[in-house]
Each structure stands twice: as structure tokens, then as C-alpha cells.
Write a protein that binds this ligand. Structure first.
Ligand code: ATP
Ligand code: MG
Length: 267
């Protein structure tokens, strides 16, 4: 069922001009000789909100980790504003303006909200005072609870702390791995709206989502990954209405969502 698409189609609908971030033909994996990413490509242009969707195990998280220097890139190139950042370390990438919110374990549970935000700028502590107000404005719920331990927060609140921490160094690119995972439908909606709001402040965003329909609704463009390869790509709304994408990647999900909503309405 996995299929590859030709070069002209890989970045369908992308703006012209130099991309902010450009991953070209990446191969990467965890075990020697086993590639999880088998030639993945992606571009992110300034101001864009780009989604990555695809089945479980497709390599979505691996792609984000490769972009953030956490998985070794074995082949292919990665550039930021035209300069190679292939296999640079995560802390170097943070200095260069890339932020990352992992799928799990993305807060320091024993630290307070405020201390978590301090960790976001540990390389440039003076930036804390400059950024904390801006970031707290995006997450007013956190401002009131600055001295609470992150471990005592709900899943939705922890996700906010993780995003807030990543925004502290004022990144130009934010990589989000499933910000809606494990949240109730209402909290999921909030996470999507918040992502959109962050994007509107000028941060270019790549969002990996299992809630594919919702992701396609808010994204400018999206990439469908399947078995470590680009399978489809294009403007979010077009992919949402593409019969092939619906059949292969959205069908079951839509049923799941409808079933979940129906159960909720009963309760
Ligand atoms: N640390 C690891 N060591 C070895 N294999 C791994 C590791 N992390 C992930 N994998 C494997 O890489 C493949 C892709 O995993 P990845 O987490 O990138 O998928 P995904 O698309 O994010 O899936 P999901 O939707 O479940 O989050 C899977 O086969 C997975 O088992
Ligand atoms: Mg994942």
C-alpha cells in the first residue's frame, strides 16, 4: 500500500522561494542497517504550518527527531535558511532557532511550571525575563500556576508547559509531535487552536498528528508518510477531500472520531 511520489509532487502546493527548512531524501534509523526513514523529503517555508500525518509506525516521530538532531541522518541533506544543519546537535539547533516538543516525557515533572520555562532558555538565562511575559500571554492558564509542579498538572496543561518551554528561546521553527495526543476532544480543539495561534505570531510550525482530519483542517500543507516514505502531499484541504487519502488514511479515523463523539453525546 505504500507508494512513492515523484519529485514534482513531493512538495505539491509549496510556496516558491527559499524554504526555511529543507529535508531532502533523508535516510535514518535506530538499528545498524535498518532505515526507518527511506528517503523522506519535506520543506517548510517562512510562516507556514505544515502537517505530517500517516499510520502508526510510519516514521513521523523519527522524521521530527531527525530534523532535531536526535536521530542520526545516514543519507540526504537538511538545511535551515540554505545552510546545512545535517546532524547538528539538538542544543546547537536550539541556538539556531529550532524548537521541539516531543511526543512523550516532554516536561520535567519535579520542576515547577516556571522552572520548566527556565530550562527552555538554560543556554541564555538572560532571555527568561524578556520572553516569560510573551509566552505566558499565549498560555494564560499557566501564568496563574507558575509555582506548581509540572507533574501535578493534567495532560493538557503539561502539553501547554512543553510548548511554552519550547517557545522560550524564541524559535523560528517549532516542531510539534502529536500535541493533541491523550487529550479529551475539547482539549484537543484547544491544542489545535493554540498551534494555529502560535503560527500566527510568526513561528513556522511542523505538526505531527494522529488526528489527521483535524490536522489537515488547520494546516497550510501536509505530508502523508507511509513506511518511511512520502506517500501524498498538498494543501491540507485538498488532501482532506482526496478520495485516495480518505480511503487509505482518513477512513478509519473518521469512523473513530464519529464513534467517540456519539459516545460522548450519550454521556
Ligand atoms: N528508539 C527506537 N529504537 C528502535 N526502533 C524504533 C525506535 N523508535 C521507533 N522505532 C521504530 O521506528 C518505526 C517508526 O516509529 P515512529 O515512532 O517514528 O513512528 P510514528 O509514525 O511516529 O508512529 P506513531 O503514530 O505510533 O507515533 C517503528 O517501527 C518503531 O518501532
Ligand atoms: Mg510518533
Amino acid at each position: 500500500m505504500s507508494q512513492t511520489i515523484d519529485d514534482a509532487q513531493v512538495h505539491r502546493g509549496a510556496p516558491t522561494g527559499e524554504p526555511l527548512l529543507h529535508a531532502d531524501n533523508l535516510e535514518a534509523g535506530y538499528l545498524p542497517g535498518v532505515n526507518i526513514l527511506q528517503g523522506c523529503s519535506l520543506v517548510l517555508h517562512p510562516g507556514e504550518l505544515v502537517g505530517i500525518i500517516g499510520p502508526n509506525g510510519a516514521g513521523k516521530s523519527t522524521l521530527l527527531k531527525a530534523l532535531f538532531g536526535l536521530v542520526n541522518i545516514r543519507s540526504g541533506t537538511l538545511t535551515l535558511e540554505g545552510q546545512s544543519i545535517t546532524n547538528l546537535r539538538a542544543d546547537t539547533l536550539v541556538k539556531r532557532g529550532v524548537g521541539f516538543v516531543p511526543q512523550t516525557n516532554n516536561v520535567f515533572p519535579s520542576l515547577t511550571i516556571e522552572e520548566n520555562l527556565q530550562m527552555g532558555v538554560y543556554q541564555t538565562p538572560a532571555k527568561f525575563a524578556e520572553r516569560v511575559g510573551v509566552v505566558m500571554d499565549l498560555f494564560p492558564e499557566l501564568g496563574k500556576r507558575r509555582r506548581q509542579r509540572a507533574g501535578a498538572l493534567s495532560g493538557g496543561e503539561r502539553q501547554m508547559v512543553a510548548m511554552a518551554r519550547a517557545l522560550m528561546p524564541e524559535p523560528s521553527v517549532l516542531l510539534l509531535d502529536e500535541p493533541s495526543a491523550g487529550l479529551s476532544p475539547v482539549r484537543q480543539d484547544e491544542a489545535f487552536l493554540r498551534t494555529r495561534r502560535i503560527n500566527k505570531t510568526g513561528v513556522s510550525v511542523i505538526i505531527v498528528e494522529q488526528n489527521a482530519r483535524r490536522a489537515l483542517q488547520i494546516c497550510d500543507r501536509a505530508y502523508v508518510l507511509d513506511q518511511g516514505r512520502n506517500a501524498y502531499s498538498g494543501p491540507g484541504r485538498e488532501l482532506m477531500n482526496d478520495p485516495k487519502v480518505i480511503e487509505l488514511y482518513l477512513g478509519t479515523l473518521a469512523t473513530d472520531v464519529d464513534a467517540a463523539r456519539a459516545t460522548e453525546n450519550e454521556g
